[in-house]
Design a protein around this ligand. Sequence first.
Ligand SMILES: Nc1ncnc2c1ncn2[C@@H]1O[C@H](COP(=O)(O)OP(=O)(O)OP(=O)(O)O)[C@@H](O)[C@H]1O
Length: 264
Amino acid sequence: MNALHIRHLAHRYGLTQVLAGVGLDLSAGETLALVGPSGCGKSTLLHIVAGLLRPSEGVVSSGFRGVGCVFQQPRLMPWKTALDNISLGLKALGVPAAARRRQAAALAGRLGLDAQDAHKYPHELSGGMQSRVALGRALALAPDLLLLDEPFSALDIGLKAELYGLLREQVAQRGTAVLMITHDLMEAVRLADRIIMMAPGPGRLVCEFSMALPQAGRTDAWVYQTTGELMQAEQVRIGFGLSPGSLPMPAHDAAHARHAGCAV
Ligand SMILES: Nc1ncnc2c1ncn2[C@@H]1O[C@H](COP(=O)(O)OP(=O)(O)OP(=O)(O)O)[C@@H](O)[C@H]1O
């Protein structure tokens, strides 16, 4: 089965150690969210998994063949329209022009880009639209591993819900594995099977939570409640810069928080 295995990973930029002792596994069909304070090395880890950065130490072994990436900066080709950016990878795969345009247009529609937007150049698109084009470019390749660095952060709530659906569909139908970075714990609870909290100095994995319900069975109420419970876990509060115990916790939430579990 396709899987990603990381062992004893460390990374330094010059003399500054930004990652140490990182190890994780990710299997096909699994969604893993990385959560942690700014600067703790999340993007560095994603760049290493994407093969864009060689780690100072450690082993990254991946059985996934097609890898799709969406980074914080959309990194679109400025001289190509939204549609041509989405179909960029298809061209490299040798898909004929007509089929390329058809697939890219269908994806653009699913991403909430209308026909007019699809023919605009990146500088004519809003930040949220550019993020959607970048996501479309990654999904067009039908990757079996998706690496997402806060792809939904610039989107309004309705569009987020749409794209969450698109991502879930990708995972359910294609068994795509997803490694995603988010600052939004509720987003992680909604989408991920496992959530890993990272801490800085140097960046490391401190705590892992497994979601008790399968993705398809999660209601808004469950997501709100579970996020509230996780916010009571000490490592999560520290990671989000909250002082321990500064939020009042109802008695039944305290019980759930104790059951939420934390392991790495
Ligand atoms: N190319 C680089 N050269 C030197 N230092 C870097 C480089 N890229 C990142 N860093 C430093 O490495 C540390 C980790 O950065 P990284 O972008 O991986 O963190 P992050 O957790 O993704 O942050 P954020 O949530 O703000 O995006 C930071 O201190 C950052 O300044």
